[in-house]
Design a protein around this ligand. Structure first.
Ligand SMILES: [Zn+2]
Length: 263
């Protein structure tokens, strides 16, 4: 996407820089494309963690705890019923930078990448689930705001990445996900349909947004906002074991349909 807009000298500079950057940052650059490989590994990314709590609900529930709980349930389902290896980008309450999350997926040669989040809005009544795939352009203003929050809420991230290299990194990261946009959009569609069916939450549809976490991943990749932690009703649901299980099951079913159709 962005790659098509940059001028040729910038493109050449970017390509020449790949080797150098690859040495310092082996994640998306050094990873082999997952396209031709049989799916063996699914990477699940519990959003936020450690010092970075993500969105916080009125009753004190933290997004980072909910994302981990849902991710652990989804991992168990996939391992039990699909037999794939499942790698979590974190399995406890620790900080992991956005770069490292993508690097984990690429280094482990992930065939699918699912980032789990809980939504936050200044509008208390906002509710429902949303599934995203990557685009440099956001579907609407609300989506643009959400992507900004998710991209910039990491304290670690802002400490690591203030340099002028960040533009170049974005170009390289775009290259990693660009090859999988179509599959990612299909996966998002199937997962969202299952979330709507199982959760009975309002259908907010699939959306495109410039989520940094998705850009560097070299396989079909989606980001699921399970429900709104900023909505007191949904916060209480999100904190419950039963709802967390439903979210995990819905994502699992979407995943199963995606794999069954051989996409
Ligand atoms: Zn989040």
């Amino acid at each position: 996407m962005q790659i098509f807009r940059i001028k040729r000298p910038a493109l050449i500079a970017a390509v020449l820089a790949i080797a150098a950057v690859g040495l310092a940052f082996p994640g998306p650059v050094a990873a082999a494309p997952a396209q031709d490989q049989a799916l063996r590994t699914v990477v699940i990314d519990p959003g936020h963690g450690g010092l970075e709590s993500g969105a916080k609900g009125k009753f004190g529930n933290l997004e980072k705890d909910i994302t981990l709980a849902v991710s652990l349930k989804l991992k168990a389902l996939i391992e039990k019923d699909m037999g794939f290896e499942v790698v979590l980008t974190r399995d406890r309450d620790v900080d992991v930078s956005i770069e490292n999350r993508s690097a984990i997926a690429n280094n482990r040669k992930a065939g699918l990448f699912i980032s789990i989040h809980a939504n936050g809005s200044v509008q208390r009544k906002a509710g429902g689930s949303e599934t995203f795939f990557l685009s440099l352009n956001a579907t609407d203003e609300e989506t643009r705001r959400l992507a900004y929050l998710e991209n910039n809420s990491s304290a670690l991230q802002s400490r690591i990445d203030p340099s002028s290299d960040s533009d170049l990194m974005m170009i390289l990261w775009d290259m990693a996900q660009n090859a999988y946009i179509k599959q990612s959009s299909r996966l998002a569609e199937l997962v969202q349909a299952e979330l709507d069916a199982m959760l009975g939450t309002r259908n907010r549809g699939i959306k495109q947004a410039p989520f940094k976490i998705l850009t560097g991943v070299a396989c079909p990749a989606i980001l699921v906002e399970a429900a709104f932690i900023s909505n007191p009703d949904e916060e209480q649901k999100l904190a419950s074991d039963a709802f967390q299980t439903k979210v995990a099951e819905a994502i699992f079913r979407g995943l199963a349909l995606f794999l069954k159709r051989g996409e």
